[in-house]
Design a protein. Structure first.
Length: 348
């Protein structure tokens, strides 16, 4: 039995991680909950039948020696907490964004030894996304040509009253990092490596230090070209992905998760079909099953570095006004250490 701890007992732990772990109750059990708010941790543990409660991560690691830790804490805590878990030989499954920079992400990877860390990117694991990747790999839909990737969400001023939100130091970035990262990750999972990014971003409406909207053009190694929009200023909220291939158009419209019914398929040929064999919604539950399979087999999970590279390239392109090529952001680049490249007033 995989002994699991949940660190951070807020909304995503309740709606995402607990149901996912309950679905894997035949091989995983929740042995501890950790939160700096003792009352919230106690209530969470009582609600979900968790036997041990802590307000300190290190104490929990020492006393419980969990096999796996689910990190559901604010972004600025992820790197330090992930490293602490890995050094105690606990595997880590971390909410997005896993880190505030490529430097932090690489620090987490470097701390891996007997244990490993993975990122929560649940939209890759729905049956529609898996089926699309399989069909592209098999060549039945033709060659990818054009894509659209839109995260049009709405977050009002009150959302940013939480002290860590809207700051480079604590949230790491705006909707490009904290909201649009899921759709961009799914786009990369379908289209592969990007070759070049050009972008613009701005602070148009919210009282934050980061951006509240960004837009980009992305050229992929396979030649496909995509437009990307990330917004928290959109009253009609939607997550939208469109892939135009030589023989078909595949679209996905949803908000925070999808099922097969959210996909639309258009083809030029009656011989090209869209027939996913089953309906597995995108969810923490879908991804955790794969994560635990990897744990059982000793396979290191995906930490999402290509997605973080795209996010970093988008910020660099928007702030510098220059195209950013794949591979150009190395450890000597100012954007490697922070997404604003050391320019805290990048978006005035």
């Amino acid at each position: 039995m995989i002994r699991t701890a949940i660190v951070g007992t807020g909304g995503i732990a309740r709606i995402g991680h607990v149901p996912a772990l309950r679905a894997q109750a035949h091989r995983a059990e929740i042995v501890a909950a950790v939160d700096v708010d003792a009352a919230r941790a106690e209530a969470f543990a009582a609600e979900h039948g968790i036997p041990a409660v802590y307000t300190d991560l290190h104490t929990m690691l020492q006393e419980q020696s969990p096999d796996l830790v689910h990190l559901c804490t604010p972004p600025f805590l992820h790197a330090e907490q992930a490293v602490a878990c890995l050094e105690s030989e606990a595997w880590v499954w971390c909410e997005k964004p896993v880190a505030l920079s490529l430097a932090e992400l690489d620090r987490i990877r470097a701390a891996e030894g007997l244990a490993a860390a993975g990122a929560v990117f649940q939209h890759r694991y729905g049956s529609g996304a898996r089926y699309l990747r399989d069909r592209i790999a098999a060549g039945t839909l033709g060659r990818p040509l054009v894509a659209q990737c839109v995260t049009a969400w709405y977050r009002d001023d009150a959302y940013y009253d939480v002290p860590w939100r809207g700051t480079w130091e604590n949230e790491g970035g705006g909707p490009t990092l904290g909201h649009g990262i899921h759709q961009m990750d799914l786009m990369l999972a379908v289209l592969g490596e990007r070759a070049e990014v050009r972008a613009m971003a701005g602070r148009l409406e919210r009282d934050v230090r980061t951006e509240d909207v960004s837009a980009a053009l992305v050229r992929f190694e396979n030649g496909a070209i995509a437009t990307v929009v990330n917004s928290v200023l959109s009253p009609r909220e939607e997550s939208y992905l469109r892939f135009d291939l030589t023989d078909a158009t595949v679209e996905l419209r949803h908000l925070y998760g999808y099922s097969n019914a959210d996909w639309t398929f258009t083809t030029r040929s009656s011989g090209v079909k869209w027939e996913p064999p089953h309906d597995l919604p995108s969810s923490h539950t879908a991804q955790l099953a794969d994560f635990l399979d990897g744990y059982d087999a000793g396979i290191r999970p995906d930490l999402g570095r290509p997605t973080m590279e795209l996010v970093t390239a988008l910020y660099k392109a928007a702030i510098t006004g220059l195209p950013v090529l794949r591979g150009e952001i190395d450890a000597a680049d100012p954007f490697y250490g922070s997404l604003n490249g050391g320019c805290p007033e990048a978006f005035r």
